[in-house]
Design a protein around this ligand. Sequence first.
Ligand code: SF4
Length: 90
Amino acid sequence: MEERKLTCIGCPMGCQLQVIIKDGIVEKVTGNTCKRGADYGKKEVTDPTRIVTSTVRVQGGTLPVVSVKTRGDIPKSSVMDCVLAESYVK
Ligand code: SF4
């Protein structure tokens, strides 16, 4: 049995979560104040994802950069690849 301690990022309350994992399966999440925290705790230890916001350079525009955001969640392990990708908006 493994216990992971996480801070929920669902809202500014930042509830301190404890996630109990047994044989790779989440058995219990405690410390959450609402269901979003339980859902976050389960997902964070099994399939962590993030929405990424960043900027990309603009060629030929009036401003040098524009803000961008992923359409949805991407795997947490891909966040740096996403941020470091050389992208231009024309
Ligand atoms: S568990 Fe609910 S109340 Fe607590 S930080 Fe997460 S979203 Fe906010």
